[in-house]
Design a protein around this ligand. Structure first.
Ligand SMILES: [Zn+2]
Length: 248
């Protein structure tokens, strides 16, 4: 370990007709994106504002945007790493239909995976949307106005509140994305967990769905996870070391 485990992983990858990757914070920490649960993480002083408060209070919206841009400064320069590139290659070669992710950093798309092949269960922090009409708003346009006026952004189309396109605490999980993720889990021959400790719902349920319908389950994570006991293979190592060979 982990060399034997890495060999076993590549053997499973070579034999699988359809690989579905499920990624969490661990793949992006290797690009310098802070993990929400790491002690001392900048998330601790910039905790996301719960959805209910954001909708109810203008003051909460101002604070939410202040924290959002403070966090952006921690990983504005983050670029995809070998792990992202390895998974992008699986998609590019037609070996994987899509990537399911808990991450909001857009690094799978930045590594070359088409937008419609990244299922973002927690949304995307690289742009914003109007909560009323759904119109997309760009952060590059919002930030200078927010910093100059201190006013939270309103929609140019309908004047509704504009929020980072992430799924906040208390905000409903996007049903269409959940349905698609479940379908992908049902159809996978190999379900590959990368960098998730599998504790946040629905992270824990998707590998179980895949496993129940007969998929091989592989977990690549530095720490033990909730589902190691049912996995066909667990590789406990740096993601870049495990997936490096795939990235080519
Ligand atoms: Zn609107």
């Amino acid at each position: 370990m982990p060399d034997d485990a890495i060999e076993a992983l590549h053997d499973l990858l070579d034999r699988a007709g359809s690989i579905v990757a499920f990624t969490g914070a661990g793949i992006s920490t290797e690009s310098g994106v802070p993990d929400f649960r790491t002690p001392g993480s900048p998330w601790m002083v910039n905790k996301p504002i719960p959805f209910e408060a954001f909708v109810r209070s203008r003051e909460a919206r101002i604070e939410a945007w202040r924290r959002k841009f403070a966090m952006d400064d921690h990983y504005a320069d983050a670029v995809p790493n070998i792990g992202h590139r390895a998974l992008a290659r699986l998609v590019g070669e037609g070996r994987s239909p899509a990537i399911i992710t808990q991450n909001i950093d857009g690094l799978h798309q930045a590594s070359g995976v088409p937008d419609d092949r990244v299922i973002e269960l927690h949304g995307n922090g690289t742009y914003a949307t109007c909560l009323t009409c759904g119109w997309r708003h760009e952060l590059a346009a919002i930030r200078p106005v927010f910093e100059a006026t201190g006013e939270p952004p309103d929609c140019l189309i309908c004047a509704g509140p504009v929020k980072s396109a992430t799924v906040s605490f208390g905000q409903a999980m996007p049903q269409d994305k959940m349905s698609r993720a479940q379908q992908l889990a049902l159809e996978a021959e190999l379900f590959l967990v990368v960098g998730s400790s599998l504790v946040v719902y629905p992270a824990a349920t998707l590998p179980i769905i895949a496993k129940k319908q007969g998929a091989r389950l592989v977990i690549v994570n530095r720490e033990p996870t909730e589902l190691d006991a049912i996995a066909d293979l667990v590789v406990r190592a740096e993601i870049r070391a495990v997936l490096g060979r795939l990235a080519g």
